[in-house]
Design a protein around this ligand. Structure first.
Ligand SMILES: *Cc1c(COP(=O)(O)O)cnc(C)c1O
Length: 380
């Protein structure tokens, strides 16, 4: 089956009992045993839940992985994955990852004896020279949040395999519709399903997709032991979102190309970050490994914080809000919002300036988006 068909039909549906076409929400904590030691496949909703299972099977199939797991949030998924490691291990991660990922690494996992080297994942030698005898994991995010940097996944996986490192890729920005990390040999895919997979800004959730029996068993064990799983209703919302993922991503992309083109010609815009632009340093790699360039674009504005504030205050269609990937267009200020949890000196080092504005291009008519940007960017 092809992507769009999997998105609508994967997993146990229509439901075996009554044929409901919409996946039933099994809002239950526990399941009655048929006999001592004999269940109908489920015993307790932390371990597994039928609604969650359909979502997990759907995401696993869309990513082309072995098994999927649904978590309460993207951060719950990441926290669980980090527990594949133990004190004394070392991780190499992109230096411009999502602010919450940075915070988890630097301000939580470090206290448990895990060490991190953060670097730009654009150079094989740079990665190789950061590898130590205790390095166990390579953490990738491409396109990255909020700078839309592109990592050559084939190159990164090749380095990881030569040194026996587990590769994890945060596929939140691209989604499996545009990028299939497992096809390039990535071991684990993580998602904030809060974003494009749900697509309607009405839930927070996360997911992990595994590629081997061993990883599947270990992630299932950790999810249950740590209790980081997603609730049935939340899973249902993400499932409903996924059914339209392909059409949404196509339209997000179409709108974003128009917006990125417009912004790159605007006189008050200093710089546009969008891998779909030929001027983007990762454009060729993105073209090779992705089916499209996605719906996120960042811009650096001229005129300092005054211009940034004026822009945010003037927007009418765009809303000033955290998060991304929904039907409604959002604009946010990474330095004080999504990446405020990143230490200031690190933020400046990687290029997340105070003048950087991140846009999540929604599904409104693109002419209305352009008109809104036009009036918000006008110098007054
Ligand atoms: C939002 C986000 C996360 C965290 O997900 P939550 O659902 O907010 O916990 C992780 N990675 C990326 C790239 C994100 O955009």
């Amino acid at each position: 089956m092809r992507f769009e068909t999997i998105a609508v039909h994967a997993g146990d549906r229509p439901d075996a009992r009554f044929g409901a076409i919409s996946v039933p929400i099994y809002q239950t904590s526990t399941f009655v045993f048929e006999d001592v030691g004999k269940t109908r496949g489920f015993d307790y909703s932390r371990v597994a839940n039928p609604t969650r299972k359909v979502l997990e099977d759907t995401i696993a199939q869309l990513e082309g992985g072995k098994a999927g797991f649904a978590f309460a949030t993207g951060m719950a998924a990441e926290t669980t994955v980090m527990h594949l490691l133990k004190a004394g291990d070392h991780v190499i991660s992109g230096d411009d990852v999502y602010g919450g990922t940075y915070r988890l690494f630097q301000h939580v996992m470090k206290d448990f004896g895990i060490d991190f080297t953060l670097l730009r994942m654009d150079d094989r030698r740079k990665i190789e020279s950061a590898i130590r005898p205790n390095t166990k994991m390579l953490w990738l995010e491409t396109p990255s949040n909020p700078l839309l940097n592109i990592t050559d996944i084939e190159m990164a996986v090749d380095v990881a395999r030569r040194h026996n490192l587990l590769t994890v890729l945060d596929n939140t920005f691209a989604t499996p519709y545009l990028l299939k990390p497992i096809e390039f040999g990535v071991d684990l895919v993580v998602h904030s399903t809060t974003k494009y997979l749900n697509g309607h800004c009405d839930v927070v959730g996360g997911a992990v997709v595994t590629t081997t029996e061993e990883l599947t068993e270990r992630v299932q064990f950790l999810l249950n032991a740590m209790g980081t799983c997603a609730a049935p209703f939340d899973c249902w919302l993400v499932l409903r979102g996924i059914e339209t993922l392909a059409v949404r991503m196509r339209q997000h992309e179409e709108n974003t190309r128009v917006v990125a083109d417009y912004l790159s010609r605007h006189s008050v815009v200093k710089r546009v970050f969008y891998p779909g632009l030929e001027s983007h340093p990762g454009h060729e790699i993105a073209r090779r490994q992705m089916k499209g360039f996605g719906g996120m674009v960042s811009v650096e504005l001229k005129g300092g914080m005054a211009a940034v504030n004026r822009f945010f205050r003037s927007m009418k269609v765009f809303s000033l809000a955290e998060s991304l990937g929904g039907v409604a267009s959002l604009a946010e200020h990474p330095a004080t919002m999504s990446h405020a949890s990143m230490d200031k000196d690190h933020r400046e080092k990687v290029g997340i300036t105070d003048e950087l504005v991140r846009l999540s291009i929604g599904l409104e008519n693109v002419d209305d988006l352009i008109e809104d940007l036009e009036q918000a960017l006008k110098r007054r």
